[in-house]
Ligand binder design. Structure first.
Ligand code: AMP
Length: 112
């Protein structure tokens, strides 16, 4: 299987700006930020999308949420949004599951 874009960033084959790294996941700055804070929390395990996750991924998915909170807190944001796009029709473009952590500007609801 070809590596995903995010696996290649994790493996330092292409550049990324890392703001967090642990044994289960990394967090990098989005290359095309939609807000002053726009970070992607990405598991090392290349699950393609949320709907491909299994019960065995439960702890990993919970860990990603806690890392999302840490990334926002470390950047000084108490208010932030966490988004997972599941499938092309929902805006997913990289098929390696990731959480968008967005903060630093007014965030309308519902999102576009
Ligand atoms: P999604 O559309 O939910 O799959 O999100 C993919 C995100 O990855 C987009 O917000 C892109 O801007 C971001 N992205 C694409 N390529 C890179 C890259 N090389 N480094 C960091 N972020 C990237």
């Amino acid at each position: 299987m070809a590596k995903t874009l995010f696996e290649r960033i994790i493996d330092r084959e292409i550049p990324g700006t890392f703001v967090h790294e642990d044994e289960q996941c990394v967090a990098i700055k989005d290359i095309n930020p939609g807000a002053p804070l726009h970070v992607l929390v990405i598991p090392r395990k290349p699950i393609a999308k949320l709907s491909d996750a299994s019960p065995g991924d439960q702890a990993l998915l919970g860990h990603l949420m806690l890392v999302a909170n840490k990334v926002a807190a470390d950047a000084g944001f108490a208010d932030y949004r966490v988004v997972v796009n599941n499938g092309a029709g929902a805006g997913q473009s990289v098929f390696h599951i990731h959480l968008h952590v967005v903060a630093g500007r007014p965030l309308k609801w519902p999102p576009g």
